[in-house]
Design a protein around this ligand. Structure first.
Ligand SMILES: [Zn+2]
Length: 149
């Protein structure tokens, strides 16, 4: 499984629906992670947002990154994502870095940028992703990754 490196500019906008993701994905996530109920899922070109929370531009950029990672093997990606912690960390690091980069493009206030980075660190280190990385390490990697490319 390889993450695609194509830009998202030529692709259609993602579809947003309020239904949960396909059952095998939803059940797999419920089994593997501690879900709060506020999660959103990417399944190909569709964002599943069952709780109806606000989807900010940075969050949509995050999900778009997963769409590009999934390419045309959506179920293969999800299978690996659920079973392989290193793969999951790598994919989420990429998606959170894109999210943070997009947030920072529109935000010049350094306190708000730091608050957003803290929030990302909390998310990445939480049970939502299976506690794959400590918060400070996640913040460091995302901040460093933002400045690249
Ligand atoms: Zn993600």
């Amino acid at each position: 499984m390889k993450a695609t490196k194509q830009g998202a500019t030529h692709k259609p906008p993602m579809r947003i629906v309020s239904s949960p993701p396909p059952k095998h994905v939803y059940d797999g996530c419920r089994e593997a992670f501690e879900l709060s109920g506020a999660e959103i899922w990417c399944y190909g070109n569709t964002i599943h947002n069952p709780s109806g929370g606000h989807l900010s531009f940075p969050l949509i950029a995050h999900e778009r990154t997963h769409r590009d990672q999934q390419g045309d093997d959506i179920d293969g990606w999800w299978e690996l994502y659920l079973e392989d912690q290193d793969f999951r960390l790598q994919q989420e690091m990429e998606a959170h870095t894109v999210e943070y980069r997009v947030f920072c493009l529109r935000q010049k206030n350094s306190k708000l940028k730091l608050a957003y980075l803290e929030n990302i660190g909390e998310r990445l280190s939480s049970g939502t992703y299976g506690s794959i990385i400590p918060k400070e390490a996640a913040m460091h990697m995302v901040a460093k990754g933002r400045k690249k490319s």
